[in-house]
Design a protein around this ligand. Structure first.
Ligand SMILES: [Zn+2]
Length: 206
């Protein structure tokens, strides 16, 4: 059986299993969506948003592109942000990068002649790498440089989102979080939280 055929067969089994586990699921999904989270992640096949967070259909509104970049002049990216914030009124926006990202790796190498679209897409990453060139150059290995740039990239996308009028001027404003996924152990790490840091509660004198 070829792969697409196997996927269609697997879908039948999945639909039956989901229907058994949650008899009202598909009826509820057919009525509409009310996701709480906009997920902006990398297209990398190893970082599937719903799988790594144990989320179900209806939980996440997802936008994925190479190296989880927010392109402010790209209608694809911006229409997803606009719809998520203005129509779905998501409470959270999560930017999720991952260590070992191929898009980030490419931004530290000479551009590939065969990939003009790809090269254009990762231009902001090349600029970010240039900005942090001195700090990156001090790191001991290529892997360390890539992984640090992965982190800087997530922080940059979080900054862009927080500063964007669609997010900033919304009341209440969605909280923007920056996460990193590690392919080595399958775990997510919170790089930047949208929540205020917990203040130390004053202890009343007795
Ligand atoms: Zn990636």
């Amino acid at each position: 059986m070829n792969l697409p055929k196997r996927m269609l067969v697997a879908n039948v089994a999945w639909a039956q299993e989901m229907g058994r586990r949650e008899p009202n699921l598909f009826r509820a999904l057919a009525m509409g969506q009310k996701p709480q989270v906009l997920w902006i992640g990398c297209s990398d096949s190893r970082v599937p948003a719903e799988t790594i967070t144990h989320c179900a259909p209806g939980d996440l509104f997802v936008h994925r592109n190479i190296a989880n970049l927010l392109h402010l002049d790209d209608d694809n990216t911006m229409s997803v942000l606009e719809y998520a914030v203005c129509e779905l009124r998501v409470a959270h926006i999560i930017v999720c990068g991952h260590y070992g990202c191929g898009g980030v790796r490419a931004s530290l190498l000479p551009p590939a002649d065969t990939l003009p679209h790809f090269n254009r897409r990762i231009r902001p990453l090349c600029a970010l790498a240039h900005t942090h060139h001195a700090a990156l150059a001090r790191l001991p290995s290529e892997e360390a440089r890539i992984n640090r740039l992965v982190e800087l990239n997530v922080l940059e996308q979080v900054r862009l989102l927080r500063e964007h009028p669609l997010v900033r001027e919304r009341a209440p404003s969605p909280l923007v979080h920056g996460w990193i996924f590690s392919l080595n152990d399958g775990q997510l790490r919170e790089l930047e939280s949208g929540f205020e840091p917990e203040t130390t509660k004053a202890i009343a004198p007795v």
